[in-house]
Design a protein around this ligand. Structure first.
Ligand code: TXA
Ligand code: MG
Length: 321
């Protein structure tokens, strides 16, 4: 496996041809890094599951470069979903839509819908464009981490997580730290009204503003327990350290809290974000820092309010479960 630190046009073209050949390419997105493979290549997709240690049958998100390619993967798209796509793509949002025939069971986990996203990170977009110009239709990419572990927000984190499982021909493209730092908002668009399956940087308020309706989050709803979405499992996004929400840290414990919160003596400060956006950006790196320093307990003072803090609190609850 090589890490490409300088993602020139030529380097990205080469990476796209690696994908076409069936190799894996981890790439930066504005949310978190993805572990990419040709979404039409069953063998390559099987390797994603092996490298991640992910149970077979969990669906993968297909990444495309523009809405022009949407009809290849999805059909009977409701008007509200198109409105969301126009408003928030390229960006941190995944839409669950009725699948077409090219979205095979090995992508959708046997469900008759498919998750689609157009990311905005320039390296991701360029890679997808080059891949499509070579005849590809979409790149399946789960977060580039071992199953259940913390998503990667840097190329170094990808290497730490997956380096041992990648082969010589696989690549990791570096694109700096992910600017958002939490996985995309997933919105189920297969019903008459949209439902948020996983909160993210495209918030409930932003969606309501575009659609002019208030929308639900059905992750706790019984009918969604059937949906095979590990990101909505109760335990996920977990570092090795035990995450304690609120509570009082003791000597040698880690602490993540907003800047104004004072660090008690002997406690190891892992992050001091200035605002909720920075909180999201630094959270996973702070978890990784805790593990690299063998800290056993991390106390977290959760952010308050709406917007991105809903997504932060969702991940904190899962990491603490
Ligand atoms: O920000 C992101 O979404 C990142 C970047 C790389 O795009 N990707 C990501 O993928 O977080 P992953 O596989 O780690 O998490 C995607 C979640 C999983 O919980 C998966 O089960 C769910 O989305 N998902 C994918 N397709 C689905 C579908 N058709 N129906 C329901 N859930 C789906
Ligand atoms: Mg994931």
């Amino acid at each position: 496996m090589s890490i490409i630190l300088n993602c020139t046009e030529t380097a990205i073209k080469d990476a796209a041809s690696n994908l076409i050949k069936g190799d894996l390419v981890a790439f930066p997105t504005e949310t978190v890094y993805g572990l990419g493979a040709d979404a039409n290549n069953k063998d390559a997709i099987e390797r994603i599951y092996k490298v991640k240690g992910r149970p077979i049958g969990h669906p993968l998100i297909v990444h495309i470069s523009s809405m022009v390619n949407l009809d290849k993967w999805a059909k009977d798209i409701p008007e509200y979903a198109l409105n969301l796509a126009r408003a928030f793509w390229p960006g941190p949002m995944t839409l669950i839509l009725q699948r077409t025939d090219i979205a095979k069971d090995f992508i959708t986990g046997g469900q008759d819908n498919v998750g689609i996203r157009i990311p905005s990170h320039p390296v991701a977009l360029e890679l997808l464009k080059e891949f499509e110009s070579l005849g590809g239709s979409g790149v399946a990419a789960p977060s580039a981490n071992r199953f259940g572990a913390v998503s990667s927000t840097s190329s170094t984190a990808v290497e730490v997580e997956l380096g041992d499982y990648l082969t010589k021909k696989d690549l990791i493209l570096d694109g700096g730290f992910s600017s958002i730092g939490l996985e995309s908002t997933i919105i189920d668009c297969t019903r008459t009204t949209p439902n948020i399956l996983r909160p993210g940087a495209v918030t409930k308020e932003m969606i309501a503003e575009i659609l002019g309706i208030s929308i639900g989050s059905k992750t706790q709803n019984a009918e969604y327990i059937q949906v095979k979405a590990p990101g909505i499992l109760e335990s996920h996004y977990s570092p090795k350290a035990k995450i304690c929400i609120n509570g009082t840290p003791s000597y040698g414990d880690g602490l993540i809290a907003i800047e104004s919160f004072k660090t008690p003596e002997g406690v190891i400060r892992l992050a001091s974000p200035k605002n909720n956006e920075e909180y999201a950006q630094t959270l996973y790196e702070a978890f990784r820092l805790a593990d690299s320093r063998n800290i056993e307990k991390v106390f977290v003072i959760p952010p308050i309010g709406n917007g991105i803090s809903v997504a932060i609190n969702d991940r904190l609850a899962k990491a603490a479960f």
